[in-house]
Design a protein around this ligand. Structure first.
Ligand SMILES: Cc1ncc(COP(=O)(O)O)c(C=O)c1O
Length: 421
């Protein structure tokens, strides 16, 4: 399932030596393993076994058309967060009846587009939004299936920017309010309430947190049913954390030493909550993003300069925060691995990009094998929220994206030109 591995001293993606790819297509460069992508998707699907369910890939994690096409071919659904993601999903081949629409600020045009395309459901976030959806549905002679996204005030051990289930977050509808809305749902003529939705955050590696949330959601569904409200779908969202530390190992690589996400797998997280979710007797929906794509992708970069200053050693690379913003935005960790390992000496370094921002870094005070100008490095587990969050900041061009299938490479997005960027 994990296809980014050292063979002797060289880092491979499937049967392809990554340094050859970097030299052929240039850097910075996103490279994905097709086999890893499909394996992660299939492992999640198999976890459900005989449970009636629908997995909707969260397009925001990586909306590359080829990645979407491959996942649509697996027969799963998609969760879109905008009209752009709705269009991408439909064009990639996801069946509209397997597409969900999430987001706290859906525009009128986006709602109308979703209704006209008969998507599966809207995960709604406020009473005002329900009103608007109902009006647009009436006007367009359609009917909107909705799930109430409920905020059950769950604290999550993740970065505060990726924590969405606590009561001070903008997401979801408070439990009491959601109950009141559900009781009055017939007041909204264009709306059919079919379920409850919950998404408590992203990169959560703690099974206990998920179990608590699952218990709360199931209890809420049972409360709704006690008022005669029919709930068919339980959408538990995404957020299943993945291992970022020590993703690859080699005798010449230092251990990361931080074990917070060691051994975490989506399958194990799901196995620990499915028995709870099953108690709801609902069809179970999930919206995994990161757990399908993160491990399938790497960002390749080249060392431009080595510089010592203020008692520190800086490795200046040609990728920047505009290519991969997670370290700057979330203080997120990405393991950094040379594409060819030839040095047994380790150094304490900062790995930084070329942008005019002090926050433009990939690692600070990190022990890495010594590198030199012209060496290539991989930022690992960069398949999710990597390219998707990239930008043209500082007049830079977004990188190309490559799909590896065994020993074959294909360009799945061209590098932007200066004219486009
Ligand atoms: C509503 C919703 N569902 C699913 C996801 C996917 O989360 P993840 O990539 O952590 O699985 C997100 C991400 O923010 C989200 O907002």
């Amino acid at each position: 399932m994990e296809e980014i591995r050292y063979r002797d001293n060289r880092l491979y993606c499937e049967e392809t030596f990554l340094e050859d790819v970097a030299r052929q297509f240039g850097t910075p460069l996103y490279v994905y393993s097709k086999s890893s992508l499909l394996d992660h998707c299939r492992h999640i699907e198999r976890t459900f076994d005989d449970i009636e369910h629908l997995s909707c890939y969260a397009v925001k994690a990586n909306g590359n058309r080829e990645i979407l096409r491959l996942l649509a071919n697996e027969g799963i659904g998609a969760d879109a967060g905008s009209i752009g993601e709705l269009v991408l999903s439909i064009e990639a081949g996801f069946l509209p009846e397997k597409i969900t629409f999430s987001g706290v600020g859906k525009g009128d045009d986006e709602i109308e587009f979703a209704l006209r395309n008969n998507i599966h459901s809207f995960n709604v976030e406020s009473e005002e939004e329900i009103n608007v959806i109902s009006e647009i549905a009436e006007r367009t002679w359609t009917m909107a299936n909705i799930l109430l996204r409920v905020n059950l005030d769950i604290q999550t051990p993740t970065h505060r920017y990726t924590s969405t289930g606590h009561k001070h977050s903008k997401f979801g509808i408070e439990r009491d309010r959601a109950l009141e809305i559900a009781k009055r749902i017939s007041a909204f003529p264009g709306i059919k309430l079919i379920g409850i939705h919950s998404h408590i955050g992203s990169q959560i590696t703690d099974a206990e947190t998920f179990r608590n949330a699952a218990n709360e959601v199931v209890a809420f569904i049972q409360e709704l049913r006690s008022y005669g409200i029919d709930i068919k779908d339980l959408n538990f969202g995404g957020g299943f954390g993945v291992q970022y530390h020590d993703f690859v190992s080699h005798p010449l690589l230092p251990n990361d030493g931080i074990q917070t996400d060691s051994g975490v797998t989506t399958v194990n997280l799901l196995k620990s909550i499915l028995p709870v979710l099953k108690e709801s007797n609902c069809r179970i929906l999930i919206q995994p993003g990161r757990s399908i794509v993160a491990h399938a992708g790497v960002l390749l970069t080249k060392v431009l300069y080595i510089k010592e200053s203020g008692g520190k050693k800086f490795i200046i690379v040609d990728a920047g925060m505009n290519d991969l913003i997670r370290p700057s935005l979330y203080q997120a960790y990405h393991q950094i691995a040379p594409l060819t390992l030839y040095q047994s000496t380790h150094e304490l370094v900062d790995v930084v990009g070329p942008l005019c921002e002090t926050g433009d870094f990939f690692a600070q005070d990190r022990t890495l094998p010594a590198v030199h100008r012209g060496d290539f490095l991989a930022l690992l587990c960069a398949g999710a929220y990597g390219f998707a969050l990239s930008s043209n900041y500082n007049g830079r061009q977004r990188p190309a994206e490559i799909m590896v299938d065994g020993s074959e490479c294909s360009i799945i997005r061209n590098r932007e030109t200066v004219q486009q960027g």
